[in-house]
Design a protein around this ligand. Sequence first.
Ligand SMILES: N[C@@H](CCC(=O)N[C@@H](CS)C(=O)NCC(=O)O)C(=O)O
Length: 197
Amino acid sequence: MYTVIGGVKTRAFRVMWMLEELGQPYDLIPAAPQSAEARKHNPSGKVPALLDGDELLTDSVAIMQYLADKHGALTAPAGTAARARQDAMLFWLIDEFDAVLWATAKHSFVFPKEQRVPQIKDSLNAEFARSAKVLTERLDGPFLMGDTITVPDLLAVHCLNWSIGAGFAPVDDQLAEWASGLRKRDAFKAVRARETV
Ligand SMILES: N[C@@H](CCC(=O)N[C@@H](CS)C(=O)NCC(=O)O)C(=O)O
């Protein structure tokens, strides 16, 4: 049995979505970023964390990939060229989407007021729009890596959802339609349903 530490409105969503895709039951310990509960499981105070028995794991993408590898689903096998391409897609998404969204959050509400630079948001918006265009060009089949859903699909859709919540300009129709197809998955809806409980 797994235990996720975090909340549906944080990057813990990614981990919960992965567990739902894998059909693995899990408990959720609600923990806001930098809360005492979060710090209990991760000295940095960041969420998510995952307990797998006695093993405590941190970082949403590392956890998603760990689960995919462990259960042999939603991933190309380690040591293959397909896996290197999948990892490259993951790192690109972290560089170009997660980092941009996180920088926007930092300059909106995370940093103390005196450290925020609101002017940076124009260039972050432009960077996001440019990366979204590239992502559309990289769409190669029903899923990001082709015919089967893999870890990068979950990461990309979570980042697009985040961008909507953060008020970024809408992405083009092709990308929006692709993301909306993934949001129709039962696993995605199961995590969303936890938001209301
Ligand atoms: N790379 C980490 C980032 C985790 C992270 O920054 N989480 C946010 C919530 S979504 C957080 O806990 N922020 C609090 C902080 O940075 O102090 C991951 O993907 O899990």
